[in-house]
Design a binder for this molecule. Structure first.
Ligand SMILES: [Zn+2]
Length: 294
């Protein structure tokens, strides 16, 4: 067991042929939520999304990252959480008007949940979209697995003032010639439903898994630490300015002729002076030669 308070713990319920992932975040979640003054309902959704982003990397078969993005025309304009295979997490939310206490996920205009997996080696991206038709974030992630991988999945998410956590169960595909034990799947689902948010947020991992699944003799794998970490870099920000185009990038230029860009995830400031900016756009011949002067 790792003694990190931010961890990802995989386990197997062999007899039931069910695999699981348990995630808990404390320090990394503190670092994410302290970067903005989030209203309570937004904070809870961001916490659960961050836990889910780590949970969903639990069974990733390659090196890369997984991001969760909610787009809605409602009070919550953006919700984003991302976790890499290296256990580094980041996230943010944007909102307009103070969302009321009774604010619901599905309040927006055709809200959509996008789950994007990027394979670092091949550069390939896979995206699954789920229409937000209910207000239960965990249920939306279950629907994502039903749609994208036809993989029966159960997810529980919880958040309080200082922690967030998630627990995921997935039915393993039947061995060749074997049959999926649907009774076992129902049985572990019933056990999962007995967990309280407080238990999910506070019990030591092994104790929690034994409390729920002792009759299933859970096999617990070594846990992996999780930590806050941003993927921004000077090169990436320069690339972002380049993709905006020269004219749009000019909007970020200040009186002294330098452009300053602050990363919204980690508040790192990147400053590009006139010479830097010229270099950024010099490689952009195709665009620059067709862009006529004002
Ligand atoms: Zn950053």
């Amino acid at each position: 067991m790792s003694d990190s308070r931010d961890f990802l713990q995989r386990f197997l319920l062999e007899r039931a042929q069910v695999r699981g992932v348990l995630v808990r975040l404390e320090e990394s979640w503190r670092q994410v939520r302290e970067r903005a003054d989030y209203p309570a309902p937004v904070r809870t959704l961001l916490a659960k999304s961050l836990a889910a982003s780590a949970l969903l990397t639990g069974n990733l078969k390659f090196e890369g990252s997984l991001s969760i993005q909610l787009k809605s025309g409602g009070p919550l304009t953006l919700l984003f959480a991302e976790c890499g295979h290296d256990g580094r997490l980041r996230g943010l939310a944007r909102w307009q008007d103070e969302p009321a206490a009774g604010f619901q996920l599905a309040d927006g205009i055709d809200p959509l949940l996008a789950i994007t997996i990027e394979n670092a080696a091949s550069g390939q991206r896979y995206q699954g979209l789920v229409p937000v038709e209910n207000n239960d974030l965990a249920r939306l992630f279950e629907q994502y697995f039903e749609r994208s991988e036809q993989l029966p999945t159960r997810i529980v998410l919880a958040a309080d003032e200082t922690r967030c956590a998630g627990l995921m169960l997935q039915q393993l595909p039947a061995d060749s010639g074997g049959e999926v034990d649907t009774d076992a799947w129902t049985r572990v689902g019933v056990l999962l439903d007995t967990i309280s948010p407080a238990e999910l947020l506070t019990l030591p991992a092994e104790q929690l898994l034994l409390r729920l699944f002792h009759e299933e003799s859970p096999r617990v794998y070594p846990s992996r630490p999780l930590a806050f970490g941003c993927r921004c870099s000077r090169e990436r920000v320069a690339g972002m300015l380049r993709s905006l185009g020269h004219a749009e990038a000019e909007a970020a230029v200040q009186e002294d002729g330098a452009a300053e860009v602050t990363c919204e995830f980690c508040n790192t400031r990147y400053r590009f002076d006139r010479i830097d900016l010229e270099q950024i756009f010099r490689g952009d011949h195709g665009v620059q030669t067709t862009r006529t002067a004002h």
